[in-house]
Ligand binder design. Structure first.
Ligand SMILES: [Zn+2]
Length: 199
């Protein structure tokens, strides 16, 4: 299931987020895509009655680090290849609101709307800067482990404020419960990989 969805959404991590959305474990997801990837994603959203709102700007990523999706914003007609953000939700209001918060760089309300724990939103707002974009902390459990996200193996889509942040762990467990119902192989794959690299 996840593998099939990943052909549309470009990665298993993106695909599982869409599943969390469809199963009401998330209310809005925010993902970055290049223009040529969008038609099949827009078609999927139409087929599944999801609202998709696309940013009016593009982002030139500074490096291959697409996790926080921060980069230089340029207008849509800039000839350089940039990524669009899309905000996908069952609720048109929430998709539009997420797009608006991003536009005005309101990281706090955007984070809350995306369902991240308040403690982790505070952590992000306090620590994230242009020069410090990677807030990953060493993890002691598979739930908050972000160390394999570049290999498409991660459960959360935010930077946990602590390795043992209870809200993040609870959120990750809730996501795994949903995933277990639709694709238990993906759960196994995640837990195995993320346990091994947890200290
Ligand atoms: Zn936290």
């Amino acid at each position: 299931m996840i593998k099939k969805l990943s052909y549309i959404f470009g990665s298993k991590t993106h695909a599982q987020e869409i599943l969390f959305l469809l199963h009401d474990a998330k209310e809005v997801v925010r993902q970055g895509f290049y223009a040529e990837e969008l038609p099949k994603i827009e078609k999927f959203c139409r087929d599944f009655n999801l609202i998709i709102v696309k940013s009016k700007f593009k982002v030139l990523l500074a490096d291959a680090e697409a996790y926080s999706n921060k980069g230089i914003r340029v207008p849509e007609d800039d000839i350089r290849e940039g990524m669009y953000f899309v905000y996908i939700s069952k609720s048109e209001q929430k998709a539009c609101l997420a797009s608006y918060y991003e536009l005005i760089s309101n990281d706090r309300d955007l984070g809350i709307l995306l369902g991240f724990p308040c403690c982790c939103v505070d952590f992000f707002c306090q620590k994230f800067t242009v020069n410090k974009q990677n807030l990953e902390l060493p993890s002691t459990n598979p739930f908050t482990n972000l160390s394999k996200r570049a290999q498409d193996l991660v459960i959360l889509s935010h930077f946990p404020c602590r390795s043992d942040c209870q809200d993040s762990i609870n959120l990750a467990k809730r996501y795994l419960d949903v995933l277990m119902k639709v694709d238990s192989r993906r759960v196994e794959e995640l837990l195995k990989a993320l346990k091994d690299s947890a200290n």
